[in-house]
Design a protein around this ligand. Sequence first.
Ligand SMILES: *[C@@H]1O[C@H](CO)[C@@H](O)[C@H](O)[C@H]1NC(C)=O
Ligand SMILES: *[C@@H]1O[C@H](CO)[C@@H](O)[C@H](O)[C@H]1NC(C)=O
Ligand SMILES: CC(=O)N[C@H]1CO[C@H](CO)[C@@H](O)[C@@H]1O
Length: 354
Amino acid sequence: MGKVLGLALVGLLAALFGERLMEFRRKLNASRDLEPVELPNCHLIKRIESGAEDIDILPDGLAFISSGLKIQILKSFVTDKPGEIFLMDLNDENPRAVELRISRGFDIASFNPHGISTYIDKDDSVYLFVVNHPEFKSTVEVFKFVEDDNSLVHLKTIRHELLSSVNDIVAVGPEHFYATNDHYFSDHLLLMMELFLGLTWSNAVYYSPEEVKEVASGFYSANGINISPDKKYVYIADLMGHNIHVMEKHANWSLSHLKVVELDTLVDNLFVDPVTGDIWGGCHPNGMKLLFYDPENLPGSEVLRIQDVLSAKPIVTQVYAENGSVLQGSSVAALYSGKLLIGTVFHRALYCVL
Ligand SMILES: *[C@@H]1O[C@H](CO)[C@@H](O)[C@H](O)[C@H]1NC(C)=O
Ligand SMILES: *[C@@H]1O[C@H](CO)[C@@H](O)[C@H](O)[C@H]1NC(C)=O
Ligand SMILES: CC(=O)N[C@H]1CO[C@H](CO)[C@@H](O)[C@@H]1O
């Protein structure tokens, strides 16, 4: 009897496991075929060889690019080189990526930059907020950008228990931001459980020197975060949920849920066009290929543009889709005056003139 029960239990577990495995593969959109969508005027950006995980562009066309991210569970082409921040002036005829010098006193050796966000203060000072993972922990670094000598002056390191495994960030003040938490860096067991069991334990947090609080929760894997040009709405990409959550922002910095835009792809970072308000998403068409890197079966790239996100029928356009032979694992797409930058988690970056 005990044996029969044991066998039944094993059978049940196997069935459950099989069902979870199917669900896991579905969440990674494992069997998706990618039809190419080409852009004619693109080239790979010189000097960016180990990722351009996140990109933010100032209204005057200066683009900041975080490069060299190392995540233990993902591929990285560099293991010994610290991360970098590149700058590109998109007003130039042929923009070049220049590495920004970081002021003394900041530990560059352990620099592992992830999501970034710029903030322009009332006195026109430009701040760069960078999610950092020194020794695979999570901090938020605040730099002041000095344009005269292309450098970043480190102002402060922010750590907080609610910022346990930060993925991306959007700055809303000189020391104020919203951030998303995944579990890539906090707990790998939890991460696997989350991915595999479909737990929705990922969240978003508001940080200021006076107050830190959770403002949204219930995501499979909260990833990119950004804000509308009028600062009334916050957009949060749920990577494993295949969607973008539109949140309404209140005067007390709380967020309330407005709507969800479903997309058939794993949405990574979000860029908001300051002119049109369009949302641009760097996406992973097939998460399986990203998670289990195979040079024979490369992860592809996909860029989506979402227009009129607040309307009843937002317009979703697939601007770019490619099978990885050019660009592997796109994580961000950012636009300035008809020039599009497409960055990746660990591969290269593309410059396109639309
Ligand atoms: C924040 O403001 C919103 C909208 O006015 C309100 O519904 C919410 O209860 C407030 N939250 C807190 C914590 O005060
Ligand atoms: C990827 O796309 C390119 C261009 O469309 C094509 O030449 C190549 O065969 C494709 N590779 C794979 C592995 O499908
Ligand atoms: C779960 C999911 O999003 N599946 C999608 C994977 O991609 C194809 C497109 O090739 C969609 O049809 C599926 O809905």
